[in-house]
Ligand binder design. Structure first.
Ligand SMILES: O=C(O)C(=O)C[C@]1(C(=O)O)C=C[C@@H](O)C=C1
Length: 524
């Protein structure tokens, strides 16, 4: 039901976004409470568009949960300050990230200024100088009167991007991995949250194509009630557009029912839907794989040929919420964070908790991503393994109630970082990596690992039941359907500071590794 409501909200806002010009939509939010003694925060959130993509849907769900907190992670005295970012679609994942990086109000002002005619520019320059002069004089006066400390910026703008990161069926999203792996981009970002989105794909066609494909009903093959086509009707489709991830998540369906159709990878599922929708009135016998939201009249007005065509019914994509930190860090007096999803109170405290830990349910999850650049070939000497164990142990040591905690860590090598020696060798006639090693260049070339850590504070069943009795029902739970009262912040501090310590220390790492924290956040 919650997923249906979220989809409904996503569709409504996606509709608003397609109609507005420029395409930006304010995330709905409730209860903004300005914090009196700190600069106000505005935020811009860039996502892979066009409207109707899964990234857009994820952005609409996460945006109202983004709040500003004090540097130490505490809510301000007035409570959480809801940031309510404006949402902006970008044509590619890379463009969404770059837009967040370039999101500097001064740059925008410069751009506008450049378009002004010569005279206008001179006039503006004179006015600017005059304003600056007056400002200097005023500051001087205020300084003398002892008011200087009160003169602070009243607004700061924060730039965010929501990027698809990995999918439960088809694995890593390579464009996002490239951003996290590259030294230039990874040093300009901080991961501040994540969100899981259940992904159910439809095969969409234009109305004309739907009409042309649909065979007349017979008693043997009555039409499916909701307008879906029969599987036999799909054999005339010549082309299927979608994002590479979505094509991969529906591979078995495509192999079985559309073997004749060319698969065309485009920048997003929404991009595929736009191509299908722009075909005019004639049947094109082309299809796209996208969300049901894209079929709506207010979005791209397409027909649903088949629903739920993904190979696994539990298909889920994880997105990372990334803040562009270039040049900002110094001025920033607060952190942005994502509130956990709230759950309706359980209907009965007797219902059994779910989760992998027999008798326990997850309570708080803290995640971290660390980037390690090393010159050792394929984890030489297993140092990475040792480091992961070390991190896990340090994490555990920090827990006040060790019995209630679980810590895990895992690493992924980013294969798309091509070793330099190999690139050069290939120019010289295609030598392999091993040849590079034999030529005495050492068994080393740069490679990048992304290490992920997760610490969960687990609430034991008996504790949970006790807390139900004490508090008369839960307020928040994990996304796994777990029940219980999850108000307490126990565990968050210890887990996050433990992770902090764990990845800052480089004890078991051989020298020469560059370890960079990409982010630590509380996940829901
Ligand atoms: O194309 C979209 O709709 C996206 O938001 C991208 C993306 C991805 O890259 O994984 C997001 C969710 C689905 O897994 C399919 C595609």
């Amino acid at each position: 039901m919650a997923a249906a409501a979220a989809e409904e909200a996503a569709a409504a806002a996606a509709t608003a976004a397609t109609k507005s010009e420029p395409m930006a939509v304010a995330a709905s939010h409730t209860g903004t409470r300005p914090v009196s003694d700190e600069p106000k925060v505005k935020a811009r959130l860039h996502y892979l568009g066009p409207p109707g993509t899964y990234s857009h849907q994820a952005a609409l769900i996460i945006a109202p949960r983004i709040v500003r907190r004090r540097r130490n992670g505490e809510p301000s005295s007035d409570g959480d300050d809801v940031v309510a970012p404006l949402l902006f679609p970008a044509p590619t994942i890379e463009a969404a990230f770059q837009a967040a990086l370039n999101d500097d109000r001064r740059l925008e002002a410069n751009r506008v200024e450049k378009q002004e005619p010569e005279q206008e520019r001179e006039k503006q320059e004179r006015e600017k100088q005059e304003r600056e002069k007056q400002e200097r004089e005023k500051q001087e006066r205020e300084k003398q009167e002892g008011y200087y400390a009160a003169r602070r910026a009243t607004t700061t703008t924060r730039s965010l991007a929501l990027l698809p990161y990995e999918n439960s069926t088809y694995g890593p999203v390579v464009d996002t991995y490239d951003i996290l792996a590259a030294p230039s981009t990874s040093s300009s970002l901080s991961v501040i949250g994540d969100i899981l989105l259940p992904v159910s794909h439809c095969l969409l066609v234009s109305r004309a194509t739907h009409g042309a494909l649909r065979s007349p009903p017979s008693s043997d093959f009555p039409h499916e009630t909701d307008g879906q086509l029969r599987l036999e009707d799909l054999t005339q489709i010549r082309k299927v557009y979608s994002h590479g991830q979505a094509l991969g998540q529906c591979r078995r369906f495509l192999d079985a029912y559309l073997p004749q159709a060319a698969r065309v990878a485009v920048d997003s599922t929404g991009d595929g839907a736009v191509r299908i929708g722009s075909g005019g009135g004639a049947a094109t016998f082309e299809a796209c794989i996208a969300s049901e939201v894209c079929a709506r009249d207010e979005i791209y007005g397409l027909s649903i040929a088949r629903r739920a065509i993904q190979d696994r019914s539990d298909n889920t994509t994880r997105f990372l919420l990334i803040e562009a930190t270039d040049g900002l860090e110094a001025d920033v007096s607060s952190t942005l964070t994502v509130l956990p999803r709230s759950k309706p109170p359980p209907s009965s405290s007797k219902s059994p908790p779910q989760g992998n830990d027999a008798g326990n349910v997850p309570r708080k999850t803290v995640r971290a991503i660390v980037r390690i650049e090393t010159t050792l070939a394929v984890d030489g000497g297993g140092f990475l393994q040792d480091w992961l164990y070390h991190c896990r142990d340090r994490t555990k040591q920090q827990q006040p109630q060790e019995k209630n905690s679980r810590a895990t860590a895992w690493a992924r090598k980013i294969d798309r970082v091509v070793p330099k020696v190999r690139e050069e060798d290939e120019k010289d006639g295609g030598l392999s990596m091993n040849d590079g090693r034999q030529r005495g260049e050492g068994s080393s070339w740069p490679c990048v690992y992304l290490v992920e850590m997760e610490a969960r504070n687990v609430l034991r069943r008996e504790d949970e039941e006790g807390s139900h009795l004490r508090q008369g029902g839960g307020e928040e739970g994990g996304d796994d359907g777990s029940q219980g009262a999850y108000n307490s912040d126990d565990g968050w501090d210890s887990i996050s500071s433990a992770l902090d310590i764990a990845y800052r220390t480089s004890d078991p790492l051989p020298s020469g590794e560059k370890v960079r924290r990409l982010g630590v956040w509380q996940s829901s």
